[in-house]
Design a protein around this ligand. Sequence first.
Ligand SMILES: CCCCCCCC(=O)CC(=O)SCCNC(=O)CCNC(=O)[C@H](O)C(C)(C)COP(=O)(O)OP(=O)(O)OC[C@H]1O[C@@H](n2cnc3c(N)ncnc32)[C@H](O)[C@@H]1OP(=O)(O)O
Ligand SMILES: NC(=O)C1=CN([C@@H]2O[C@H](COP(=O)(O)OP(=O)(O)OC[C@H]3O[C@@H](n4cnc5c(N)ncnc54)[C@H](O)[C@@H]3O)[C@@H](O)[C@H]2O)C=CC1
Length: 310
Amino acid sequence: MIQFGVIARNFSSSSAVQSAIKNVTVIGGGLMGSGIAQVSAQAGQNVILVDLSSDVLAKSQKSIGNNLGRVAKKIYKDNPKEGEKFVSESMARIKTATDPVSASQGADLVVEAIVENMDIKHQLFKKLDAAAPNHTIFASNTSSLSINEIAAAVKRKDKFGGLHFFNPVPVMRLLEVVKGAETSTATYETMMAWGKGVGKTCITCKDTPGFVVNRLLVPYIAEAIRLFERGDASARDIDIAMKLGAGYPMGPLELADYVGLDTNKFILDGWHKKYPQETLFNPIPLLNKLVSEGKLGVKTGEGFYKYEKK
Ligand SMILES: CCCCCCCC(=O)CC(=O)SCCNC(=O)CCNC(=O)[C@H](O)C(C)(C)COP(=O)(O)OP(=O)(O)OC[C@H]1O[C@@H](n2cnc3c(N)ncnc32)[C@H](O)[C@@H]1OP(=O)(O)O
Ligand SMILES: NC(=O)C1=CN([C@@H]2O[C@H](COP(=O)(O)OP(=O)(O)OC[C@H]3O[C@@H](n4cnc5c(N)ncnc54)[C@H](O)[C@@H]3O)[C@@H](O)[C@H]2O)C=CC1
């Protein structure tokens, strides 16, 4: 069951977040960054959303506007005027920028949601570390990289942690708060309070590959692909089985298409390279074939299933 009401309730009850963090800079205006900007602004935070591309920022603003409209319809179903006010006030709290450095100079919290590449994340955080105020907390939304390895680029390791959101961010209620080896208790507590303030249920995890959700989801999806590859069951039957037999909202192959087969492959390959003895992370010939054919799932119109192009 999807509960948007929780956003308003949790925010009003969390005074800690209101005092500790008021200004959030979200870097990366793609799928995840736009969702993180949206839930932050909904909760009353001042947000700067940063991307290298102004086209991406324009698209993000449009999709945030649409998604806020969906939220408003639910929270203010009997009061459309209040709903419109909620959308316009939330939108007004989001500014956009193309320079991460100047956009971080007034930030209490920077949430990074750029491309999943260690070198590029290092380059970004090195620049931010030199420019952001001393009190600014840095967090990465990485799906599969190590928080400690990302934090190696900064001096403020005590003020660095993981804030791992789920797609679609406005709908998925979980936030994984990742404590790195040197994350201080104060930073961890501020991240937990902030996560609760933006309407999420927070769980805590050490810096372990995939944290909790992806450590379980990646092998689960991999096994589903192997089952299909062996011809043990059809794609449709595998998905029906997990929806009706295990209560998942999407089957594993539908979810693989939704996340993107290139992303699935990227994570599996990265972990296989790092942990070659772990057979759960072994490469999957069928997945490699689909990716090499450009069949990446929903975003390209075909993966395990075919989709109408939007
Ligand atoms: C190998 C793994 C590798 C992982 C790689 C990286 C990924 C990560 O690091 C972590 C992840 O994110 S893993 C993916 C996590 N996400 C999931 O598992 C999604 C599973 N699917 C669902 O929950 C629903 O199908 C879903 C919610 C998506 C859609 O629900 P429905 O099928 O019921 O479809 P709708 O009827 O369209 O939507 C349901 C309600 O939600 C509202 N809504 C949907 N999208 C929205 C959005 N973006 N913003 C605001 N509201 C939104 C929609 O309006 C609808 O509301 P109601 O009309 O009231 O039901
Ligand atoms: N897609 C998903 O389901 C999830 C992804 N993540 C993680 O979130 C991060 C972002 O993923 P997505 O939003 O899916 O990617 P995306 O490709 O939709 O967006 C990334 C954006 O970052 C921008 N960018 C790249 N380098 C930049 C830089 N140096 N400065 C500013 N902007 C820059 C790109 O222009 C792009 O718009 C990744 O680390 C990913 O692993 C986490 C949870 C779920």
